[in-house]
Write a new protein. Structure first.
Length: 292
């Protein structure tokens, strides 16, 4: 990966994270911004309760729609992420997600890396769809209290982004909250620490195995307008693209429609033959630029 490409992508990720979390000073005061902007969804996973956050979390909006289907705001939020998915698919994960950016930074820590065995990797990748269907959609709608209201299961029991962005900063800033730490929060800290350690050893483990938002956006990769395409007339099968892919997908065979591709462009940057490029849906690469 060229330094120029890495810097360019990192600048975009830093900018996206800053726009979604402009109230950095609130991390020290423990005050959560509750302005009208919170009716708008961030493109990536970004906790509503994070003191620095200006926008709402898409997964939180999905759960709120499941628990309170009469909410107009949730319909707008779902419409927003459907529109994003239809335009760029999982490119959101590669460029605009703050938690994805955190995982990228953690993986840069110079320690020996782990390779998940292919069979285990294949099974684990299905877990994010289980999380999406059950923790985000079904359980909040089906398990309700006496008033017919459900619980945000993903946020309450699993989300490591919420723990790192909201739970821990709020506890540090508010001594009253520290006296209310429960077994549930201790469990979420264990989950968050596990994800952080895993992200140091494995490229984007949360994105690969547990993120329901990534699972949702991935459903649109096959139909989205913008996509990466391999020109078969230029590809020489060297494998550089697959080696560079942070999501460990078979780039040549699956980059255009694979729900695992976050469209970060690392494969395009690594390709020595310039066989990978951005295209629009329906446009196929021609033979004109292929090698003689």
């Amino acid at each position: 990966m060229s330094v120029k490409y890495a810097v360019r992508r990192t600048v975009i990720q830093v900018f996206a994270t800053a726009v979604q979390n402009p109230f950095v000073q609130n991390l020290w005061t423990g005050v959560v911004f509750k302005g009208s902007a919170k009716a708008v969804c961030a493109p990536g996973l970004n906790c509503w309760s994070c003191p620095a956050a200006a926008l709402a979390c898409p997964i939180g909006a999905m759960q709120f729609l499941a628990t309170s289907p009469q909410s107009t705001a949730s319909f707008y939020a779902i419409g927003f992420i459907v529109l994003l998915g239809s335009l760029v698919g999982r490119m959101v994960c590669g460029f605009l997600c703050a938690f994805g950016f955190l995982q990228d930074l953690l993986y840069k820590i110079p320690v020996p890396k782990l390779k998940v065995p292919p069979r285990a990797d294949s099974v684990l990748r299905k877990m994010k769809y289980v999380v999406l269907v059950f923790l985000v959609l079904l359980l909040p709608a089906l398990v309700t209290d006496d008033f017919g209201l459900g619980e945000p299961w993903f946020c309450a029991y699993l989300c490591p982004a919420g723990t790192l962005e909201a739970g821990i900063p709020l506890l540090v800033a508010n001594s009253t909250l520290r006296g209310m730490i429960s077994a549930l929060f201790s469990w979420k800290v264990v989950v968050a620490v596990t994800v952080v350690v895993a992200a140091v050893l494995i490229s984007r483990p949360f994105c690969k195995y547990l993120c329901p938002l990534g699972a949702f956006y991935g459903l649109f990769n096959r139909v989205s307008v913008a996509r990466l395409t391999v020109n078969p007339h230029m590809c020489v099968g060297c494998g550089c693209c697959k080696e560079a892919c942070p999501m460990d997908i078979d780039v040549v065979r699956g980059i255009e429609t694979s729900p695992e591709c976050i469209r970060c462009g690392a494969c395009r940057n690594a390709c020595t033959m310039s066989a990978i490029d951005w295209t629009l849906a329906g446009k196929k690469p021609g033979k004109a630029d292929g090698p003689a």
